[in-house]
Every structure is written in C-alpha cells, then in structure tokens.
Design a protein around this ligand. Structure first.
Ligand code: NAI
Length: 259
C-alpha cells in the first residue's frame, strides 16, 4: 500500500531570511533552520552579533551568511535581499522577527519619538521586507512568511502603547497578507510569543519574572527562545501548505488563563 502521508517536513536547501537573528528568538530560529538544512541569512543591526551567530552556525556544519543592517533602512534591505538571492539562487522563507521594546507613557515627553521608532522597526520594516521579498517568494512556488508579533498583539499592558499598537498591526498585516497572497501560493502566519528569556527581557529581575510567571502563565515559567523557534519552523514546513492566516500564541497558555 502506498504511504498515506506524502508531504515533506524537510526545509533542506530552502533559503530563509531571519531578521533580529543576533539574539534571542531570531538567533534560535536561525540555528534551528540551519540545523534543519536551510541556508540562513542572519540579519541584524548588531554587527558583532551577526558575525557570532553566523560563525556558530557554520562551525556546527550549517549554511549561513550575515548582513549587518538596520531593518528600517530600505536601501540596505533591498541590497540584502538581492545578495541573498544571488548567493543561494532564490528565497523561500521570510521571518520578520526584529523588534524593540521601549516603555512609553502616553503623556511622556519622549512619547512621539518612541512611537515613531517602534512603529518603524516593529511594523513598517516587516511591510518593507515583505514587498522586497515578494517576487522571490512567488518564484519559489511555495513561499512562507512568518511575522513575529506578541501577546501584546492580542491584548494590552499599560505604558507600552507604541509596542502594543505595532504588534496589533503585525497581526492585522499577517491576516491581510494571508488573504491577499494565499491565491498566489504564499502562506503568511504569525507567532505571538508570551514572556521569553531573551535580550529583550534580560533586565527584568529573576524574582519579578518568577512572580509574573507563577501568577499569569499556566506553565509557571518563562519560555525559551528555542520553544518559539519550533513554532515558527512548523509554519514554514512544505507540509504546512494549508496553514495560512494563523495567529498562534506560544505563551505557555498565558492568553487563555482567566484567573
Ligand atoms: P532580543 O532583544 O533578544 O532580539 C531582538 C534582536 O533584534 C536583537 O538582536 C536586535 O539587535 C535586533 N534589532 C532590533 N532593532 C533592529 C533594527 N532596527 N534592525 C535590525 N535588527 C534590529 O529580543 P527577542 O525577545 O528575541 O525579540 C524578537 C521578537 O520577539 C521581537 O519582535 C519582539 O518584539 C518579540 N517578542 C518578544 C517577547 C519576549 O518576551 N522576549 C515577547 C513577545 C514578543
């Protein structure tokens, strides 16, 4: 009898761009994709971090190259996409992960600057990169886009409205792109991480993390970057060809716990 399961769970030889890949979830995703056989473009504004992660991956036998750039810089993004396509012959996967978190009470003097920069990096850069990657993802025949939002894309915390608005925007962008690009063979999905141990949450004291997790997270702990990377990997598998427009929490159950 022929095998009933026909679809592939391999991303070997796929070409992936991962932004914010010098740290945290981006780094874990770049490593995981390379371990799974993909060619990975390690993209981040932290040049030393880009070199480190690229070296780590190649030392482990993976295929990676680095681009140090600010994702709000359209010219740098365009030349990176061209380089990636020239180097590996195409582009199959785009992971829009780079992000910043900056406290911003609405009546604070710095609010507008925080708003502008947060929207630019956390939302507009994702749009720019989708537009630049689009012709190549179409040529791939099975393009995959995963945008990283946050549980702040589904609810809200005080003093973070630029971040919350940007992440709600990422959820909306994902849904519109899923509807618009689905008929052209590209899937677009979104991950909403909960509290994860990364550079972004490094400054929060351990006691505060433990207290928060015990109170709010059914799994009673912060997540690790690799646990998010596996969620992302699932969306980009060839076998995930009918998964489109999904907004998936990777949050230990935070969003569904009432009390
Ligand atoms: P991280 O701070 O460890 O990594 C973020 C990376 O993005 C850094 O390497 C940084 O250099 C890079 N980056 C920031 N601005 C950039 C720019 N303009 N151009 C290029 N690279 C830039 O943080 P983490 O947590 O791994 O963040 C990844 C994504 O996950 C972000 O979009 C963040 O908003 C999101 N997130 C994080 C959560 C957490 O608990 N850590 C929770 C929910 C969402």
């Amino acid at each position: 009898m022929p095998r009933l399961s026909q679809l592939s769970r391999s991303i070997t030889s796929k070409v992936a761009i991962v932004t914010g890949a010098a740290s945290g979830m981006g780094r874990a995703t770049a490593h995981l994709f390379a371990d799974e056989g993909a060619h990975v473009a390690v993209v981040d504004q932290n040049g030393d971090g880009v070199a480190e992660v690229t070296d780590e991956i190649t030392a482990a036998g993976g295929s990676a190259a680095g681009w140090a750039l600010d994702v709000s810089d359209s010219t740098a993004l365009a030349s990176m996409v061209d380089d990636v396509v020239r180097r590996w012959g195409g582009l199959d996967i785009l992971i829009n992960n780079a992000g910043i978190s900056r406290g911003a009470p609405i009546d604070h003097a710095e609010y507008e600057a925080a708003w502008d920069r947060t929207l630019e990096v956390n939302l507009t850069a994702q749009v720019k990169l989708i537009r630049l990657a689009l012709p190549h993802l179409l040529a791939s025949g099975a393009g995959r886009i995963v945008n990283i939002a946050s549980t702040e894309g589904l609810g809200a915390s005080a003093f973070a409205s630029p971040y919350t608005a940007a992440k709600h925007g990422v959820v909306g962008l994902t849904r519109s792109m899923a509807v618009e690009l689905g008929s052209r063979g590209i899937t677009v999905n979104c991950i909403c991480p909960g509290p994860i141990h990364t550079g972004m949450t490094e400054a929060i004291p351990d006691a505060a993390k433990t207290k928060f997790a015990r109170r709010r997270v059914p799994l009673r702990r912060y997540g690790d970057p690799e646990e998010v990377a596996h969620g992302t990997l699932n969306f980009v598998l060839p076998a995930s060809s009918y998964i489109n427009g999904v907004v998936m929490q990777v949050d230990g159950g935070l969003r569904v716990q009432n009390t």
